[in-house]
Structures are given as structure tokens and as C-alpha cells.
Design a protein around this ligand. Structure first.
Ligand SMILES: Cc1cc2nc3c(=O)[nH]c(=O)nc-3n(C[C@H](O)[C@H](O)[C@H](O)COP(=O)(O)OP(=O)(O)OC[C@H]3O[C@@H](n4cnc5c(N)ncnc54)[C@H](O)[C@@H]3O)c2cc1C
Length: 453
């Protein structure tokens, strides 16, 4: 098979490179597309969409390939692979960056930080900007600079008809609204343009850890600390067994810990003062907080989430933590079944909460946190179902405290759960938008919003 007008590589079953090209981040997902089109740019993407349309092939879009449910790869359809579209150009005078749709966060951070600039990105640098941005984008800098989508200026987009358009507040504003949180439902973004902010390149950042036995106290202290923390404080919690990584001293490897991960997006001396209570309330077993390149902090979690390992997760957004919610989190941390599983908790608020919920498709800006029950295990682990069952049970136990769900942290929930992510009113608006821009649901391998009709 050949895609007319395409420069990029194409793979079918049996071709050299096919088996590698169909792999995504989550090794638990194994699907076999009929064709993989590795696009070199917008021209290839236009050609690939027209090719699929003519043959009525369903399309899966591979950005960074990190959607835990494996939306980047389908059985039997066309996988449009953007992974080599990683060009980035910073305009330091305008304070913007333009990045191709297959970039990972490490590409954007690398170029932006050369100019001492940054935009809110994900906390693992091998995550794609494509899926992460289109779902909203939460990360270390969000309380200071807002979600990734709050900094989105425009998108170059290939539609389900194989046409090109630009979406921004001035051009196709309805579509632009939908792209700010509505996921990959409306087209293929070949280029994102973001506003940048001065940051670093050195920031005050790092990790503080305590034994898991202290988790209740740490979480209660954390709750009180974030209640009036300034926007500059990016802070998250992680509960797990300390992995055997260089950041942890050997004596901690395999020990259950509760950690606070901080990144101060402001002047270093001010940050020392603001973060001091974290160091004083109870002596940590590990304190790595200090001046650090922002790109190094961004990469801190990278080795803990390698490609090819098996993953399954469930998540909720949460209001400020109550004692009851803390008790559940502590119980579920104690019940973890795999040494590789973890419970990361993000902290929203600040600039995220100051944007009106109706301004973007992203929903639930008043949430204080996002808790994720991440099950992870090695490919040869004999008990995958046990690890998945832990994530499901923890998620159910947390349900009474839930304040919605972040669409990018959903996995195999039914389509009805997508409505939970957006709420009834916004979901209806998104479904109407889908009818306008993708009435045949060509882009359906995602947290799908079927057309209204
Ligand atoms: C290790 C890890 C860490 C994470 N950390 C964070 C975090 O800190 N903050 C956060 O907000 N989220 C985070 N996530 C969740 C992440 O936002 C989603 O998994 C997201 O879907 C990843 O995007 P991707 O491009 O890598 O994924 P893919 O699997 O390639 O794509 C996911 C979805 O987006 C669509 N898509 C991707 N690129 C495009 C494009 N260019 N145009 C149109 N549609 C596209 C695809 O169709 C698919 O439906 C993390 C995920 C992982 C696995």
C-alpha cells in the first residue's frame, strides 16, 4: 500500500519496523493497525486522513503514545504516527513557542529553557504535548501560569475531511474552545503555539520524603499548607515504595514512603522562606530541595515510568482533603500490590482556578487535587489482574470524595464517564461541536464524544 503525496515511512504487518512502530508507552496494550503512516509534517497528515477517508479506515492518532488506555493505536485501522514531527521554534521576542504535534515535553522545555522561558507541561518529559494539551495539561507550573491550554495561542489542524484550518480565539473560536480540553475529538493538531513565561533556568525544587507510617500526618500538614500557599508553589504528593533510583539513598530502596514534590516558580530566596515549613514540621528521611535546573526537575519522574512496562490507572479530581479522604488514601497506599505502583496527588488551585470554567472545555477548575491510582508491573509479573484490581478498588473507595475526573487520567471507563468529566451542559456543547467538525466520528480512538445527532 502507498499513500499518495506522502513523504513519510509506511508500515504494514510483516514490514521491517512494523512491530516497533505499533508499540506505545503502555506495554499492556498490544494492537495491530492495518497501516501505520509515520508523517513528516502537515502535508503527510492531510494525505493520510484523505487516504483513510477513501478507504473508510478508522484513524488512531499517535502523539506521544502515553494515553494509558492505548488510544494511539488501533486494531485494523490507520495509525497516524506523529512521533517524528518534533520541530520546535521559540520566538523569544514575542514570548511564544510553536511546536509540532508529535513533540514530547522534553522537546518544548529544551528549546524554551534556552531562553529562560517555560509553559506548564506534564511532569514526565517523555509524555506527548498532543494528548496532554488537548485534555487540559496539568503540571508543576500550573498554579502560577495556568493549565497548558490557558497558554495555548493557536492550533494548526487537519479536519476529518482532510482539510487544513487554524483555530484560535479569532479563527474558528468554537473549535478552539473545544480543543482546550475536549481531547483529540476534533482533528489532528500538527502544530501548537503557546505563550511562554520567564522561569529559571534554575528553580528551587526537589523532593521531601517521610516513612509511610507518617502519611496521615504528612497529608494533614500538606492540606493545611496548600490552603493558603502562594501561586508560585507547585506541589504534589506521591505514596509508594521508594524505587531503586539514584535519587533515593540505597537504604530507602523498597521502603514505603510518602513524598512531597515541590517546584517554586518564583525568586529562589522567597521560595526558601515559603517552603521552610515543609522542612520544619517533621524531619524528613530525604530532602533534595535546592537550586536545580528546571529541565532536571521536569525529568525527575522519567525513570519511574519507563516505556514498555505495564500500566493501568484510575483517577478522580478532589476537593480540599478531609480527614476522611486522607484516611482512604493512607489505607489504599498500604494496600498497594505491586512495588512499582503509586498514588500521585496533584495540587490545582492558583491560576487554574481563576479562569472561568466556561472559558474552556476543560471542566472542574475548582478542584483542589487530582489523585491517581497508578498500577504498574513488569511484563512477566504473574498477577496483573491483582494490580488492576487494587487500582479499581482504591478508585471505588475514593468515589465518595470525588469532584469530577480529568479526562487525560481516564482509562477504560465507559463512554458515560466522559460525561462525568465534562458535566451535562458542557458535554452537550462538545457533542454539538463534534457534529460540526467530525460528524462521522472519524476520530473515535480517544475519550470519545460521539456527535450529538
Ligand atoms: C507517564 C505519564 C505521565 C503523565 N503526566 C501528566 C501530567 O503531568 N499532566 C497531565 O496533564 N497529564 C499527564 N499524563 C496524561 C497525559 O496527558 C495523557 O496520557 C495524554 O493523552 C498523553 O498524550 P500523548 O500525546 O502522549 O498520548 P497519545 O496516546 O499519543 O494520545 C492521546 C490522545 O490524544 C490524541 N492526540 C495526541 N496527539 C494529538 C494531536 N497532535 N492532534 C490531535 N489529537 C492528538 C490521540 O488521538 C489520543 O486520543 C501523563 C501520562 C503518562 C503516561
Amino acid at each position: 500500500m502507498e499513500i499518495a503525496g506522502s513523504l513519510g515511512a509506511m508500515f504494514e504487518a510483516g514490514d521491517e519496523g512494523f512491530e516497533t512502530a505499533r508499540q506505545i508507552w503502555n506495554g499492556d496494550i498490544q494492537r495491530r493497525p492495518a497501516v501505520i503512516a509515520r508523517c513528516t509534517g502537515t502535508a503527510d497528515v492531510l494525505a493520510a486522513v484523505r487516504f483513510a477517508r477513501d478507504r473508510e479506515l478508522p484513524i488512531a492518532i499517535r502523539g506521544g503514545g502515553h494515553a494509558v488506555a492505548g488510544h494511539a493505536v488501533c486494531d485494523g485501522g490507520l495509525m497516524i504516527d506523529l512521533s517524528t514531527m518534533t520541530g520546535v521554534r521559540v520566538d523569544p521576542l514575542a514570548g511564544t513557542v510553536r511546536a509540532q504535534g508529535g513533540c514530547l515535553w522534553r522537546h518544548v522545555d529544551h528549546e524554551s529553557q534556552a531562553f529562560g522561558l517555560a509553559v506548564t507541561g506534564g511532569i514526565v518529559t517523555h509524555t506527548g504535548i498532543g494528548g496532554l494539551t488537548l485534555g487540559g495539561g496539568i503540571g508543576h507550573l500550573m498554579r502560577r501560569f495556568g493549565l497548558t491550554i490557558d497558554n495555548l495561542v493557536s492550533c494548526d489542524l487537519t479536519t476529518a475531511d482532510g482539510e487544513f484550518l487554524v483555530a484560535s480565539v479569532d479563527e474558528h473560536p468554537d473549535l478552539f474552545w473545544g480543543l482546550q480540553g475536549g481531547g483529540g475529538n476534533f482533528g489532528i493538531v500538527t502544530s501548537f503555539k503557546y505563550r511562554l513565561h520567564p522561569l529559571g533556568p534554575t528553580v528551587l525544587a526537589g523532593l521531601l520524603a517521610w516513612p509511610m507510617a507518617e502519611a496521615g500526618d504528612v497529608l494533614r500538614f500538606f492540606r493545611d499548607f496548600v490552603a493558603d500557599a502562594p501561586d508560585e508553589v507547585g506541589i504534589m504528593v506521591n505514596l509508594r515504595l521508594a524505587p531503586a533510583l539514584p535519587i533515593f539513598p540505597q537504604e530507602l530502596h523498597g521502603r514505603p514512603i510518602v513524598a512531597l514534590i515541590v517546584c517554586y516558580a518564583g525568586p529562589m530566596s522567597e521560595g526558601e522562606e515559603v517552603l521552610r515549613p515543609l522542612r520544619q514540621f517533621k524531619a524528613p528521611v530525604l530532602d533534595t530541595v535546592g537550586p536545580k535546573p528546571y529541565v532536571a526537575h521536569q525529568a525527575m519522574f522519567d525513570p519511574a515510568y519507563p516505556h514498555g512496562r505495564h500500566y493501568y490507572w484510575k483517577a478522580w479530581k478532589l476537593p480540599p482533603l478531609t480527614d476522611g479522604a486522607i484516611d482512604v488514601i493512607v489505607e489504599q497506599a498500604a494496600a498497594i500490590t505491586s512495588p512499582l505502583s503509586a498514588i500521585p496527588i496533584f495540587t490545582l488551585g492558583g491560576a487554574v482556578a481563576r479562569v472561568d470554567d466556561d472559558d474552556t472545555a476543560f471542566t472542574g477548575r475548582s478542584a483542589a487535587h487530582d489523585v491517581n491510582f497508578v498500577a504498574s508491573w513488569l511484563p512477566d509479573d504473574p498477577e496483573p489482574e491483582r494490580h488492576k484490581a487494587w487500582a479499581r478498588a482504591a478508585w471505588e473507595a475514593m468515589r465518595p470524595f470525588a469532584h469530577g475526573v480529568y479526562v487525560n487520567f481516564m482509562s477504560d471507563e465507559p463512554v458515560s464517564h466522559v460525561q462525568v468529566a465534562y458535566g451535562e451542559r458542557k458535554y452537550a456543547r462538545l457533542a454539538a461541536l463534534k457534529s460540526k467538525y467530525d460528524p462521522s466520528n472519524v476520530f473515535r480512538f480517544n475519550q470519545n464524544i460521539p456527535p450529538a445527532s
